[in-house]
Design a protein around this ligand. Structure first.
Ligand code: NAP
Length: 494
């Protein structure tokens, strides 16, 4: 059976969690040639880039793992970023994934060209990186991640600040914060975590808030040695822990944000309000920290440290808007100059760029940039008409705010593997979704988005520049179902 299969080559873009998992699984599936192109000098994606103080993952640790590599060693309910980076590195090492990775090679161009035919598919993706031409591949799998293009705020005078200034995802560890005056712009998950981690070490902390956020105060407990031993010796108990967490997250939180579990949404709202009531006793501060939109509209923040930290005498919540940055600090609309030694830009990421820095030329010379000029779209988050045999993990409308990305990526990978099997088994030469089917799918996706909490009246990074929410508007069960089996009739016959 196997020797009748076509031999195919796959280029994976990105050696983050998704790319590493895909490379391991592709090789396991018998794909003869798998090469991973990574733009940086190390693997780990977002867990390599983000090293700021206080970095943790707000998805519970035992849920944030690959299905094939459960980890009894997680230290806490929510793991520190460095521990997750180590975990990904270990999975790569244990599965000899490193040998498939070409580092320092950003993919700058992909062109779908006629190939030599023979035993393989007749067309190929010609791939070029910053190191030059790298060869032709039958299939390209983009695993470039979502939250990794830092957004720098456009504030007058930013380049004239005399102190140290850096984005939270480019933390400058050569700069000591001890006993200094620190400013942080932004109040997303990142800023909240930094505030809790540094407030006791600095002289003065000024947090510049444009919009308040709802914060759920879940404690971050350590796993005891006994618990770790139990998980090591009884993996079925670790699996039970996973199942319980998956049930809570996927059928509670994830269903709540897409309008499928009103009870869970109300519980989330009440939990956030309770956290605020219990921890903020100053009426003025409380008013300024209270959002005017529903919990979950912006990505929910999980922290039991933020409110106590922002209430400390050396911390100040600045809610006057920023007028400009001056060499000495930040000038706000009330005319006040907030003098600073260090300015941290916790201003988030552009999750809509995908292969934005790569020129992708598909069938008939069409470019992906043109195809996406009115907004990114895909067929079931995975592939785009006119760009055959190019697949995405974490592609357009992936459930970026709903579930663990690792779970999402594995679900998408399993589907991609089935598409690749169609090519290997000679059922299709090209996997190219039909335009009309893709358009219909995206229409229903947009309609469903109106019923989600993200569209209920706030601004967030879920929105693209055209005002569309770019996430998954349905349940996790629907995500799994949609990606369970390729519908051959949805693809061009080739
Ligand atoms: P974010 O949620 O996009 O927050 C950016 C913050 O910067 C917002 O408060 C925004 O204000 C503010 N901002 C942006 N431009 C500004 C400007 N010109 N002036 C003033 N304020 C400005 O970014 P993030 O905190 O880095 O988090 C991004 C996502 O990464 C999270 O939602 C989460 O999914 C992920 N993340 C996860 C973890 C984790 O624990 N797993 C940790 C960190 C991050 P507005 O609200 O007014 O726009």
């Amino acid at each position: 059976m196997t020797d009748k299969k076509r031999t195919v080559s796959v280029a994976v873009i990105g050696a983050g969690a998704g790319g590493i998992m895909a490379a391991i699984k592709l090789r396991e599936a018998g794909v003869a040639k798998v090469r991973v192109f990574e733009k940086e000098h190390d693997l780990g994606g977002t867990w390599r880039d983000n090293t700021y103080p206080g970095l943790i993952c707000d998805i519970p640790s035992h849920l944030y793992r690959f299905s094939f590599a459960p980890n009894p060693e997680w230290s806490r309910t929510f793991s520190p970023g460095s521990e997750i980076h180590d975990y990904i590195r270990k999975v790569a090492q244990d599965n000899a994934a490193e040998e498939m990775i070409t580092y320092d090679s950003e993919v700058t161009r992909l062109e779908y060209v006629g190939g030599s035919g023979g035993g393989s598919v007749s067309k190929k993706w010609r791939l070029t990186t910053t190191q030059g031409y790298q060869g032709e591949f039958d299939i390209v799998l983009s695993a470039v991640g979502i939250l990794h293009h830092p957004v720098y705020p456009e504030i007058e005078g930013l380049d004239r600040f005399a102190g140290d200034c850096f984005h939270s995802a480019r933390w400058d560890h050569s700069v000591s914060l001890d006993s200094k005056r620190i400013g942080i712009i932004g109040t997303g998950s990142t800023a909240v975590q930094i505030v809790g981690a540094i407030v006791d070490d600095v002289d003065k902390l000024s947090l510049f808030q444009r919009t308040p956020q709802w914060v759920l105060g879940v404690p971050n407990q350590s796993y005891t040695d006994e618990e770790k031993t139990r998980y090591r010796e009884h993996p079925e108990e670790m699996q039970r822990e996973y199942d319980g967490l998956a049930q809570t997250l996927n059928h509670g939180f994830a269903a709540a944000v897409v309008g499928e579990n009103d009870e869970a949404l109300a519980a989330m709202q009440n939990g956030c309000q309770q956290n605020l009531d219990d921890n903020i006793h100053d009426a003025d501060l409380k008013a300024r920290l209270t959002p005017d939109y529903s919990a979950g509209c912006k990505r929910l923040i999980v922290s039991d440290a933020f409110y106590p930290a922002i209430s400390k005498p050396n911390a100040e919540l600045v809610t006057e808007s920023i007028t400009r940055i001056e060499p000495e600090g930040v000038r706000t609309a009330d005319g006040r100059l907030h003098e600073l030694d260090v300015l941290v830009l916790a201003t988030g990421f552009d999750p809509h760029r995908f292969l934005g820095d790569c020129e992708v030329v598909g069938l008939g010379g069409a470019t992906l940039a043109d195809a996406w000029s009115q907004g990114n779209y895909a067929y079931k988050t995975i592939c785009v008409p006119g760009f055959p045999n190019l697949f995405f993990l974490g592609g357009p409308n992936s459930p970026i705010g709903n579930f663990s990305y690792l779970l999402t990526a594995e679900t998408q990978y399993r589907y991609v593997e089935k598409l690749i099997d169609l090519i290997r088994d000679r059922a299709l030469d090209e996997v190219n979704p039909k335009s009309d089917v893709t358009a219909q799918y995206n229409e229903s996706l947009k309609r469903a988005m109106a019923g989600t909490v993200w569209a209920s009246g706030c601004q967030s990074w879920y929105f693209d520049r055209f005002g569309n929410v770019a996430s998954w508007p349905w349940t996790f069960a629907r995500f799994e179902e949609e990606l369970s089996q390729p519908q051959l009739e949805d693809f061009q016959a080739a």
